[in-house]
Design a protein around this ligand. Sequence first.
Ligand code: COA
Length: 137
Amino acid sequence: MKITTHICKTLDLGVSGNLFGGQLMYWLDEAASVYAIWATGEKRVVTRRISEAFFNKPIHAGELLVFNCVEPRKGKTSFSFKVLVVVGSEIRFQAECTFVAVDEEGKKKLIDWSKAPICQAEGVSSPGEETSAVPEK
Ligand SMILES: CC(C)(COP(=O)(O)OP(=O)(O)OC[C@H]1O[C@@H](n2cnc3c(N)ncnc32)[C@H](O)[C@@H]1OP(=O)(O)O)[C@@H](O)C(=O)NCCC(=O)NCCS
């Protein structure tokens, strides 16, 4: 599912002249949070894991970055998925994310998957089930 798009501006570049990695991680966490909140229907989620993060190719000023979330996997208190950052038809960056639903005190809570929007809108798999990694356009 496409979540958001950002344009890489000159102010977003690092000393190498490419997009600064920290800026990409900021956009990633924000886009992933939006997806996790929408998909689970939970008011509060926190980032538990960002792993397997790969910068595949440099990103340059003027390029449009599309953030796609794919391969959703439901847990008891957690929700995991992959984020693909696509420029044109190229996956320039990818990462694995896990978010955990929390209550007002910040303690983990069970997700009610029967009411989760993602279960009504599209398939969501349990860990181990196969899903497509192809980003939507
Ligand atoms: C998120 C938090 C409440 C979890 O509490 P906890 O009691 O430690 O619970 P755990 O992390 O052991 O388990 C919670 C879920 O995360 C999953 N999890 C934990 N580590 C994981 C990992 N490395 N990869 C994938 N899933 C993981 C567990 O399997 C569990 O999922 P399930 O209930 O669906 O089976 C707590 O770790 C926390 O507050 N962390 C800080 C969050 C934060 O500040 N994030 C940045 C700002 S949003």
